[in-house]
Design a protein around this ligand. Structure first.
Ligand code: ASP
Ligand code: MG
Length: 311
């Protein structure tokens, strides 16, 4: 693509009516999320952009590394480890965290992937998965009510009739979902659903090493995903965390990863980490769901679309 074409495309995107509506809704979403967690007693911490320590993720992405005075830093894929260190001292924290996950170009067609996005990343010391599920069930209906009242005009212009879901949200175990709908269960169940729902007890090899393994010998995790209805799919991932150093080491090994990769985190774990639980909500996916957009790039003025060059 010519440079002039890229600039023209960007300016065209910025000038759309729907972008103005999306940004008005985005503004409400950030305010309501921040106020909600502050009122719940969470401390807002600044984001980390570069660190030797970041989320290994459970799928392959390109990994840009920056060298500074001979030391290597990754761009943050998520602040999962920083969250765990923080709650030891601060109890309950949240942050609006920019994440860079340089996805492969096959993700372009999903409509749900940007390779740079922001998540509100939340963690609470001594909390359980169920505590976090209840917190999200308090948050989302409140957020949707606020958006419906503050952005009625924008929702109307977008033709979006945003439902306020009843709580508690339905819960389905990962293995039950898979056996009832097959491999593509998340997409199928999301399409069928009229309300957000939880997928819990995800098999150990399907997630990163940091989510805590259930103690029932089932090789599943004390974790959860929230899935949006109407085919919009994943809203958040979260769970309880492994915090005992020997269990963290076992889990790293099980994933075929090296202790060296996580040496700073392991040193901190050897000093003692508390039990905790948390989750991260992708802001652009949330705005996409609220706006009812087919494609996630319509939620961002400068979207990083997998495989594409972008300003
Ligand atoms: N931060 C994690 C992620 O990005 C979510 C979590 O808190 O477990 O997947
Ligand atoms: Mg996830």
């Amino acid at each position: 693509m010519q440079q002039s074409e890229i600039v023209q495309n960007t300016l065209e995107r910025l000038s759309r009516e729907s972008m103005v509506h999306a940004m008005r809704i985005h503004t409400t979403v950030r305010k309501v999320l921040g106020d909600f967690f502050r009122e719940e007693g969470f401390l807002e911490v600044p984001p980390v952009i570069l660190s030797p320590l970041t989320d290994p993720l459970n799928h392959p992405v390109f990994d840009p590394v920056v060298t500074y005075y001979g030391k290597k830093y990754s761009l943050t894929k998520s602040m999962i480890f920083h969250k765990h260190l923080l709650v030891k001292y601060l109890g309950s924290i949240f942050t609006f965290s920019p994440n860079v996950r340089m996805e492969t170009e096959d993700k372009k067609s999903s409509g749900r992937h940007l390779w740079e996005f922001t998540q509100i990343d939340v963690e609470k010391r001594d909390a359980t998965r169920e505590d976090m599920m209840r917190l999200v069930e308090k948050l989302l209906p409140h957020l949707f009510r606020e958006v419906k009242s503050k952005n009625a005009q924008e929702l109307r212009a977008l033709g979006r009739d945003l439902p306020v879901p009843e709580t508690p949200f339905p819960v389905i175990k990962y293995l039950d979902a898979e056996s009832s709908r097959g491999e593509d269960f998340e997409r199928i169940l999301s399409k069928e659903a009229k309300t957000p729902f939880w997928i819990v007890d995800i098999p150990v090899m399907k997630r990163e090493f940091y989510d805590r393994m259930n103690d029932d010998g089932s090789s599943t995790l004390a974790d959860m995903d929230l899935i949006y209805p109407e085919g919009f799919q994943e809203a958040l991932s979260g769970g309880e965390r492994e915090y005992k150093p020997e269990r963290i080491r076992e889990r790293i090994k099980l994933k075929g990863q090296t202790e060296e990769q996580f040496s700073h985190y392991l040193s901190a774990a050897d000093e003692g980490l508390p039990p905790s639980a948390g989750f991260g909500i992708g802001i652009e996916r949330l705005v996409r769901y609220i706006c009812g957009f087919t494609r996630i790039e319509d939620t961002h003025p400068f979207p990083k679309i997998p495989g594409e060059f972008s300003l």
